[in-house]
Ligand binder design. Structure first.
Ligand SMILES: Nc1ncnc2c1ncn2[C@@H]1O[C@H](COP(=O)(O)OP(=O)(O)O)[C@@H](O)[C@H]1O
Ligand SMILES: [Mg+2]
Length: 260
């Protein structure tokens, strides 16, 4: 776990893309402090810049302006020391490698492997993700949910302090997604990691997040940050049918309708 109190701190951050001399701003005036250990979910209309923001935090893209620090330093330092792990929507597994080999691969985000992974640590993570017995299978022999589990396992073996998850369960059926939501919450409770989780599902955002951030488009900005702790237990648990949760989903739906 990290000794930094703040996982992500952005001040007047501006993100977008450079094309030669031109720059296209996608999000501006992003002021955001994510304390270490927080579970933050991120909602916003398609194309508003959710993935772009995660890319900047992961140091896969330089910001256009403003300030951003990750675990108290430059995003590059966090990436190089493998403190940030990324899980994408489509599990980016190598099809010609087995589950075990995929998990042992250096993750997508990161520099060199700091130290070789111990077999017992890898076994622990395989067990944690319910992948025991599937180690020798190839990605084509797995269900969508199993592939996402492998992608999460792969992000976890580096023991990153911050997990950036970009619609990781977006392609899964609802039952599988609900199950993985609960597994993710339990991993989060056990490990104390900071999680920034992008989703297009309002229900999922409310169910998972201690806070929800809604991004808006035209101009791209933070539209709303809502603290959900008051309607959840201390361990960030809730019941989907709880009236307060149902009301929050409706409120977020309304916000989102105004976001594009
Ligand atoms: N590599 C890129 N170069 C230029 N523009 C891009 C690039 N990637 C994404 N964009 C544009 O940036 C905007 C935000 O994209 P993205 O962050 O992927 O949105 P979201 O994840 O919220 O759906 C979109 O308009 C998209 O077309
Ligand atoms: Mg995206």
């Amino acid at each position: 776990m990290s000794s930094h109190a703040t996982a992500v701190d952005a001040r007047g951050l501006q993100v977008g893309y450079r094309n030669g001399r031109d720059a296209v701003t996608i999000l501006s005036d992003v002021d955001l402090t994510v304390p270490t250990g927080e579970f933050l979910t991120i909602l916003g209309p398609s194309g508003c810049g959710k993935s772009t923001l995660l890319r900047v935090i992961a140091n896969l893209l330089d910001p256009l302006g403003g300030q951003i620090s990750v675990l108290g330093g430059a995003p590059e330092v966090a990436r190089r020391s493998r403190k940030t792990g990324f899980v994408f929507q489509d599990a980016t597994l190598l099809p010609w490698r087995s589950v075990l080999q995929n998990i042992r691969l250096p993750a997508v985000v990161g520099g060199h492997q700091a130290q070789p992974l111990s077999d017992s640590r890898v076994a622990e993570i395989i067990d944690l993700l319910g992948l025991s017995g599937l180690e020798d299978r190839y990605p084509s022999q797995l269900s969508g949910g199993q592939r996402q589990r492998v992608a999460i396992a792969r992000a976890l073996v580096d023991e990153p302090d911050i997990l950036l998850m970009d619609e990781p369960f977006g392609a899964l059926d609802e039952i599988t997604r609900d199950r993985l939501n609960d597994e993710l919450l339990s991993i989060w409770r056990d490990t104390g990691k900071t999680i920034l989780f992008v989703t297009h599902s309002i229900e999922e955002a409310v169910y998972l997040g201690q806070r929800i951030m809604v991004l808006g488009a035209n101009p791209g900005r933070i539209l709303n940050l809502q603290d959900l702790r008051a309607i959840k237990t201390e361990t960030n648990a809730c019941k989907r049918e709880d009236p307060a949760i149902v009301a929050e989903i409706a409120a977020q739906r309304e916000l989102l309708a105004r976001a594009s």
